[in-house]
Design a protein around this ligand. Structure first.
Ligand code: F3S
Length: 282
């Protein structure tokens, strides 16, 4: 029987757990419940919430058509204008933005009154769209050291650099180095979430000593995809699955140890199902 090593950090992080718990509680009490974008990036969790009556509003046009009920503002955060719109319409909302993301909103809101904002992140990710929506002036989103080289601030007060909470730590360090060498003033706030870092370090460590590594997560979840990238760089046999049904393993003598980790939006029961399945097959 293969030894199974499950990462201690696998699964829900603090922010996601908080958001999911609130959403399930609201689903019990609110007659008409919406969320602006998915509460978290996990299809399974969203499916159970929808079964309990939650409706997902996909964009601002759809939001404009909503005239009542309660709207959950997703864990990745939303632009300020969404809150304003809801207030204008007199619609109740519950903000389940992770406090670490909220901190970034507050930083950029204040700093952008004086200087330019540079966000290290993926411009198309909802978290970054949310951060952009709290800046008092148009920010610049960069995703690589090369883009950091090309950047120069338009304000004589320099720039403030923040990062998407799931941004790669090493890449951020490289970007910081580049900014430090520039002649303009730059205020640097490392806003990468600790949970992500711990998650990634533990996954890499486990993947480095097992024969098979399983990463469980939703394909839309950026932190899950990053875990897969990190693990597959150190373990040739790394599988990325959403649920146990995608796991295709058969008895194999060469597999003596199996590592399991899961993205921050993967619920415990899915991790357990995978773990049990591995135990029965290997
Ligand atoms: Fe928040 Fe960090 Fe999770 S930013 S949502 S605790 S990965």
């Amino acid at each position: 029987m293969a030894e199974v090593i499950r990462a201690k950090t696998a699964g829900f992080c603090f922010g996601v757990r908080k958001a999911v718990d609130s959403a399930f509680e609201l689903a019990e009490t609110e007659a008409e419940l919406y969320s602006y974008g998915p509460v978290i990036h996990n299809d399974e969790v969203m499916k159970s919430l929808k079964e309990k009556g939650l409706k997902v509003i996909e964009n601002e046009e759809e939001l404009a058509a909503v005239n009542g009920g309660t709207v959950i503002l997703r864990s990745h955060g939303v632009p300020e204008r969404i809150m304003k719109l809801l207030e204008e319409k007199g619609i109740k909302y519950v903000d389940v933005t992770c406090p670490f993301v909220k901190r970034i909103h507050n930083i950029v809101m204040e700093e952008s009154l004086e200087r330019d904002i540079v966000i290290a992140g993926d411009a198309s990710h909802p978290e970054v769209e949310g951060i952009v929506g709290w800046c008092r002036r148009e920010p610049t989103v960069i995703s690589s050291p090369e883009e950091a080289e090309e950047y120069s601030p338009s304000s004589d007060k320099g720039a403030c650099l923040v990062a998407q909470t799931t941004f790669n730590h090493n890449k951020f360090e490289k970007i910081v180095e580049i900014f430090r060498k520039k002649s303009y003033y730059v205020s640097i706030v490392n806003t990468i979430c600790n949970a992500t870092e711990k998650h990634q370090t533990e996954a890499e460590e486990i993947a480095g000593r097992v024969d098979l590594m399983i990463v469980i997560g939703d394909r839309k979840s950026s932190n899950s995809r990053k875990l897969y990238e990190i693990c597959s760089a150190v373990c040739d046999r790394t599988e990325f699955i959403q649920t146990v049904s995608e796991l295709s393993i058969s008895p194999d003598e060469s597999i003596k140890t199996v590592g399991i980790t899961a993205g921050a939006s993967t619920p415990d029961y899915i991790i357990e199902e995978v773990q049990n399945n591995v135990r029965t097959k290997l």
